[in-house]
Design a protein around this ligand. Structure first.
Ligand SMILES: [Ca+2]
Ligand SMILES: [Ca+2]
Ligand SMILES: [Ca+2]
Length: 324
């Protein structure tokens, strides 16, 4: 506490902010502080530094203060992750526009918030932006500023909800045998501070070929490799291919795509006679449908260009057979 040798009207220009509320300086303006000695007129001083009093007016500066309903918010908490309360001191008779800012990415804040005339405070939602990066927990400071006000600030923890993982994508959802290759993109979602070797594996090495591994350099987040699609002359159904990528310390990633066959059945049609009499009836001619290659079942459509000859609409070739 401050003591003096006599009673006087005086002012303390450098009065610490912590004393202002104790002395009742809640309003803007100039104040005069009366310092009164104790009954014994003794001076009690905790240090020996000279003390002086000034006649300059003391101005109690207005200030903004911030508080949050929560100080730890998760990346997936959405647009109303926490409630921010902005309080002003001083004259309340006019509205006040307060500027809000955060010291880093990840928060959704309005750039300004208005405190209405007659109000000392207002509230606003603090939202959080959810990303897919394994970017760790981050501390953020929110600051409120307004002209002629001491800025206010508050801090919160932005909690990551992502694990370090690999993701895969194919630039084509389906690749034809005849095209030869497709592009596989491998991505890592961590900060890529260290090089990384990723192992690649396909469920159908008889259909596709790809590098056994791919190396990420420091700072590299994406790599693209070619997936070779093996070509043959066999008639085959569409093949579902999946590729898995794995690496130490990372969750594995996978992608599925289709390999489309480009081989048409090589069909032949022959008859057991070249001449037939009118009225010979059903079964007058035996036709043979055959294929030179392919193992899969297939249905062949038949047609005649004459109303004098009738043929079955379809004939089915079962797996590895020919049919008459
Ligand atoms: Ca996330
Ligand atoms: Ca994240
Ligand atoms: Ca084929």
């Amino acid at each position: 506490m401050l003591y003096g040798t006599h009673t006087s009207m005086c002012v303390a220009p450098a009065l610490p902010a912590v004393l202002r509320p104790l002395l009742g300086f809640t309003e803007t303006g100039s104040y005069t502080v009366r310092v009164v000695t104790d009954a014994g007129r003794d001076i009690e001083q905790l240090d020996q530094a000279p003390k002086s009093l000034s006649s300059a007016a003391l101005s109690a500066q207005t200030a903004l203060t911030l508080s949050l309903s929560r100080i730890g918010i998760n990346e997936d908490d959405g647009t109303a992750a926490a409630m921010l309360t902005v309080v002003r001191s001083g004259d309340l008779s006019t509205p006040l526009q307060v500027l809000l800012a955060a010291d880093g990415a990840g928060l959704a804040l309005p750039a300004t918030v208005d405190i209405a005339a007659g109000s000392a405070s207002t509230q606003v939602n603090v939202g959080v932006l959810n990303d897919t990066q394994a970017n760790g927990n981050r501390q953020r400071t929110i600051t409120a500023t307004a002209e002629a006000f001491e800025p206010g600030s508050t801090q919160l923890q932005l909690l990551d909800d992502d694990v370090a993982a690999l993701t895969l994508s194919m630039t084509q959802a389906a690749v034809s045998e005849g095209v030869g290759s497709g592009n596989l993109v491998i991505s890592r979602n961590d900060d890529a501070a260290l090089p990384l070797t990723v192992t690649l594996m396909a469920n159908r090495p008889d259909v596709v070929q790809l590098p056994a591994s791919v190396s990420f350099g420091e700072g590299e987040h994406d790599k693209t490799v070619q997936v070779q699609v093996l070509n043959d002359v066999l008639i085959e159904p569409t093949v579902a291919v999946s590729i898995v990528a794995s690496a130490v310390g990372m969750a594995s990633g996978s992608v599925a795509f289709s390999v489309l066959d480009d081989d048409a059945p090589n069909l032949a049609l022959s008859f057991d006679t070249e001449v037939v009499r009118e009225g010979a009836g059903t079964g007058a001619i035996t036709g043979t449908v055959s294929r030179a290659d392919g193992a899969a079942a297939v249905t062949i459509r038949l047609a005649s260009d004459s109303t004098d000859l009738t043929v079955p609409a379809t004939v089915a070739l079962t797996e590895k057979t020919k049919k008459e």
